[in-house]
Each structure stands twice: as C-alpha cells, then as structure tokens.
Design a protein around this ligand. Structure first.
Ligand code: ADP
Ligand code: MG
Length: 365
C-alpha cells in the first residue's frame, strides 16, 4: 500500500500540489481527474520520485520513501508522451527496462524473449515485436509503452493520460482493455486523466484534483451523483449550474425559484443534464423546478442526444436524452420551451462552492 501524507510542492512560489493526502490500496484501479494545470503530472512525479516534495511524506508499505530514488520504489510510470526509443524495435523497447534496470537485471536472452512475448500478447501486440516504433500506430505505441512498464512487474503503475492521444473509438476500446490487463496482473493502476467519462468508466475509486488539492475522493458514481464542490460539478460536464441568491428559504436564479431549508445560504444550484423534461409551448410544468428557455441546437452523441437551450434570463442549459429510453425530439431554432425537473434532484452549493448536504425528506424512501 502507498500512502501520501500532506504532500505539497510549489514551483517558483506557486503551489502545484497542496496538502494532499491519499491512500493507494493494493490491487485497485484508481483514477485521478483534473483539468489541465491542476497538478496531475506533478503528483505522479512526486510519487515516482522524479521530483521532491516541499513538505509531506510518501510511505510504501509503511516505509518512508519520500526521498528514495525512483528505481527503488517498485513503481511503473507510463509517461504522457510514450517516451519510446524510435530507433529500436517494439520488442527491444518492451525488453529494455528488464535488461537495463539497476536492480536484478535479466541477462538471459531466452528469458527476456519469453517475457517480452508474454507481455506483447497481454497488450494485444503479438506478431508486431519486430516492427520499428516508427512503423506502428498511436494506439499501438500506447500499448508498447504500457507493456514496457508492466514487464518490470511494478506493484503500482502510474499512467499519465494514457489514452489522451487516441481517437474516441480507440479510447473506448482501450478503456475496457486496460481494466482487463489490470485485473489479469492484480497490480494497482493509478490512471490520470483530464476526461471525465474516462475517469468514471475506469476506476474503482476516483480522486478529483482542483488547483493542486484533492477535493473529492469517492467511488465514481458517488462523485457523479454528488459532486463535492460546484467546480467538480462543472468539471464533470454533466450538470447545469445556476448562480443565484437565497433569502427567506427560497433560492432564486432568474426565473428559477426553489425552496431551500431555512438558514441555508445557497449561491449555486446544480442539476444533472438528464433530469429535466422539455415541455413545448403552453404545457404547464409539474410542481418543482421550472425555467423558460429557447431552443438553440441539438447534437447526436452515440447513444444520446444533447439539446442546447438559452435561458430567458441568460446562459445556456443542456438537456440529455438517452436514445434507449426515448426517440429524439425535433425543435425549431428559437422555439420556446419550459424545462422542468423534480426540485429534489437539485444540488445546492454555498458561497465557498461546497456542497450543502441534501436534506432527506421525512417519509421518503
Ligand atoms: P497537469 O498535469 O494537471 O496539466 P502539471 O502538474 O503539469 O498539471 O502542472 C501543475 C502546475 O505546476 C502548472 O501551473 C504548471 O505550470 C506548474 N509546473 C509544473 N511543472 C513545473 C516546472 N517544472 N516548473 C515550473 N512550473 C511547473
Ligand atoms: Mg500533465
């Protein structure tokens, strides 16, 4: 098990990692989601021993390794840009770490070939071992990069945006394969990504990094259903966020009015893209939350349609419909609609952006 305790790191006085604590368990798939510049690579470099923290500790199975050199940590690091040797074959790239490591290098050629072949098969590159790295595709380079790291049998494998350079189709396939590969080997994957759907699809647990701080550590469905801060709700790219004010038990944002518990000072409300129903023309909304809007555009995205509306009071709102549950609807540009959802599906955030714990209604399931 790997533990990070109150890690911090600044560059030129500017904090990149702030008071970050985290336990990385054995045999788990952990994803770290954060926007560009939030400190993802910096955190991996600290874990790997490529950079020194300004404060805090890194423990590996209870032992302090904070200032120990990289090669003694038993970690693997799949870097963002593959970092392969272009003048070498796929086979030689994969075997490189095994042959050249400082501790316990493998010198028996037959043993190296056997383990390289095993790894190429695991990552789906059998038959390509003799190719030069320049002669394979981006997705194949990503697999070589992974194989080259995994062959050294790390306990924890750090992956820096491993699918970032791949197109959407390939990314989806590799998502499933990475999970399979990890399960087959029983190693811990610490997978860093800027892509919310990747983080949600891959991980057993998920960490959200915001400006160098771990602002939420939870199961992906918990992050998705209850983002801990209003900024997390925005990163997930799955919530409409409305800024407003609270007074006398009512939250107001333009024409949106929602009851809040007395004394609660909500400054933002968030509702998931798939919660609202779209009412055309004069249809009267149910009880609950309602806003007036006009249709702007729609977009087909695989298994769902996303409708974009402009609120009468300003700002855009998205509504998502899964094609498995309904047929696509047709609207004209500028058409007036009312967006209506169950008030209980709204999350509220305070002035600091923190989630106001939802109040359970008595008697409700
Ligand atoms: P991410 O990987 O999430 O995009 P990084 O960890 O690369 O973010 O960077 C976090 C912050 O630290 C950024 O503001 C970046 O400019 C800064 N930073 C990272 N590495 C260095 C460095 N070697 N020198 C100076 N600033 C750095
Ligand atoms: Mg990075």
């Amino acid at each position: 098990m790997m533990e990070l305790k109150s890690l911090s790191k600044s560059f030129d006085g500017k904090p990149a990692i702030v008071d970050l604590s985290l336990a990385v368990e054995d045999d788990e798939y952990l994803t770290l989601l954060g926007p560009s510049g939030s400190g993802k690579t910096t955190l991996l470099r600290l874990m790997a021993g490529l950079d020194r923290p300004d404060g805090g500790q890194i423990l590996l199975n209870g032992e302090d390794v904070t200032y120990r050199p990289t090669h003694t940590r038993g970690l693997g690091f799949v870097q963002q840009n593959y970092a392969l040797f272009p003048h070498m074959t796929v086979e030689d790239n994969v075997g490189f770490g095994l042959v050249n490591r400082l501790i316990d290098p493998v010198t028996d050629g037959a043993e190296v070939r056997r383990r390289v072949a095993e790894m190429l098969e695991l990552v789906g590159l059998e038959g390509l071992g003799g190719r030069m790295v320049g002669q394979i595709s981006g997705g194949q380079k990503q697999r070589v990069s992974l194989a080259r790291t995994l062959i050294t049998q790390p306990k924890v494998c750090l992956l820096d945006e491993p699918l970032g350079a791949l197109d959407a189709n390939l990314r989806e396939r590799m998502t499933i394969e990475l999970r399979k590969i990890r399960e087959a080997l029983g190693v811990t994957f610490f997978h860093v990504t800027g892509n919310e759907s990747e983080a949600i699809a891959m991980g057993d647990r998920m960490i959200v990094l915001d400006d160098g701080r771990a602002v939420q550590i939870d199961a992906p469905d918990v992050v998705f259903d209850t983002p801990a801060t209003v900024r997390v709700a925005r990163f997930l790219n799955a919530y409409n966020v409305f800024s407003g004010t609270s007074e006398g038990g009512v939250f107001t944002s333009g024409d949106l009015r929602l009851p809040v518990p007395p004394g609660v000072r909500a400054e933002s409300a968030a509702v998931h893209f798939d919660k609202a129903v779209i009412l055309k023309g004069d249809a009267k909304p149910d009880e609950g939350a309602a806003i007036k809007a006009t249709f702007v555009a729609s977009e087909f995205m695989g298994s769902k349609v996303v409708y974009f509306f402009r609120r009468a009071s300003g700002g855009m709102v998205e509504v998502e419909r899964h094609l498995s549950s309904s047929d696509p609807e047709v609207f004209e540009a500028g058409q007036e609609v009312t967006l209506n959802w169950n008030a209980a599906d709204t999350l509220f955030y305070d002035a600091d952006g923190g989630l106001i714990p939802p109040v359970k209604v008595k008697g409700a399931a």
